[in-house]
Design a protein. Structure first.
Length: 399
């Protein structure tokens, strides 16, 4: 008998589900669709055409004409309606064919799908549901208080990623990658890391840096930025595809008070197919009223590049890793299994949602063992970089 290799752990990697998630999905800044043009959107295994009509309303309908299958986005606008490029059938914002110039009558049933839209924080969202149910107000995307006047315009970095959307979701509970991936063993030590999953929301609250804040419950969102330590993030998935992260930083200045940077990053995924999605990395910061418009622009440019850079580190990993359904976890990891259970509710019919998918789950990940290890690795890494004459990556990100 031939000898065998030593026992080892085998990765299970089944194909992703063919069904795409029920929920709101972001198409980008709403201004992108206010240019009087027809916009083709590839999403959910099909195509959607989006446009603004003469009344100012944004419309979204199926892109393929049911007459002979032409792409309506290749047509033209006739008033508020799309004229099909193939045979000139006219389609309104409700998806109804309202005129066929060469015919006496419009056939009964000449209607395509109208996609529900929502505008929040100057962004456009489209609703996807395999059961074709309309969304209720309980799943609305939240409006950031004062956003229209107090924040800079969105910077939108869009990337098509050839993997399944679950790779992005797993980040919500991945405490260790902040230090090893984003911080290059120099920064990114999470001194507080907590998760809460309930109904259609999933929270992550973290504090990173040498100092944590005081005077507030660290597990509750809505912290006063004046009370934070070095860095605090309050992050929430609203449904399966819209991550809203309020990232607060205390930046020491050469003279004067610290610069308290109140920023938002929206990570929004739109599945093109079950194996590919578009990622919108949307960033903005709260303006300082004492600054000029140019000063606020330059300040936002620096900070938003830093936020985007961090996400692009994740993107590289998603592109090069494999899907893993049975991760072998250690006691320093976050609640991956509980998060995936929460995420699974968006891939089944509403009638099939199980209580354990939506019931409240909370965990504060213990960092009492990790912090001393990270501090030791930080010293070692800084010595490596100094010997090599290199700059720590977190310094590069700030420049």
């Amino acid at each position: 008998m031939n000898a065998k290799v030593s026992p080892y752990y085998k990765i299970d990697s089944a194909p992703p589900p063919r069904r795409m998630a029920r929920g709101w999905h972001c198409l980008g800044p709403v201004t992108n669709f206010k240019d009087g043009k027809l916009h083709k959107v590839e999403a959910f295994g099909t195509q959607i055409v989006v446009w603004q009509d003469g009344k100012g309303a944004i419309n979204a309908i199926d892109n393929y004409c049911p007459h002979m299958g032409a792409a309506l986005s290749e047509g033209r606008l006739e008033g508020d309606n799309i004229a099909c490029p193939f045979h000139d059938w006219r389609w309104n914002g409700e998806g109804k064919c309202v005129e066929i110039p060469y015919a006496r009558r419009v056939p009964p049933g000449a209607r395509v799908k109208q996609w529900p839209l929502q505008q929040r924080n100057k962004l456009l969202f489209v609703w996807h549901d395999p059961e074709d149910s309309l969304p209720g107000p309980e799943v609305d995307i939240p409006q950031i208080p004062g956003f229209d006047d107090d924040y800079t315009e969105w910077r939108d970095s869009v990337h098509r990623i050839k993997t399944n959307t679950r790779e992005l979701i797993d980040n919500l509970v991945d405490i260790a990658h902040f230090f090893y991936l984003h911080g290059d063993r120099v920064a990114g030590m999470c001194r507080f890391f907590a998760n809460r999953f309930e109904n259609h929301t999933a929270w992550q609250i973290i504090e990173i840096g040498e100092r944590t804040g005081s005077g507030y419950d660290p597990f509750q969102p809505g912290c006063d930025i004046n009370l934070i330590g070095d860095s605090r993030s309050e992050t929430c998935y609203h449904g399966p595809a819209v991550l809203v992260s309020n990232v607060m930083h205390r930046i020491p200045m050469p003279s004067g008070p610290d610069d308290l940077v109140n920023s938002y990053i929206f990570l929004c995924q739109v599945p093109v197919t079950p194996d590919e999605f578009d990622l919108h990395i949307l960033t903005t910061i709260q303006k300082r009223p004492e600054m000029t418009a140019e000063e606020n622009f330059l300040r936002a440019e620096e900070r938003c590049k830093w936020l985007t850079f961090g996400t692009l580190q994740d993107v590289h990993t998603w592109k090069t890793k494999t899907r893993i359904d049975n991760p072998i976890l250690c006691d320093g990891d976050g609640p991956f299994h509980q998060l995936r259970r929460w995420y699974s509710q968006f891939f089944v019919d509403v009638a099939d949602i199980q209580p354990e998918m939506v019931e409240r789950f909370e965990k504060i990940t213990d960092v009492s063992y990790s912090i001393p290890v990270w501090e030791k690795q930080q010293v070692e890494r800084l010595a490596e970089l100094e010997a090599a004459g290199e700059t720590p990556i977190f310094k590069f990100k700030m420049e």
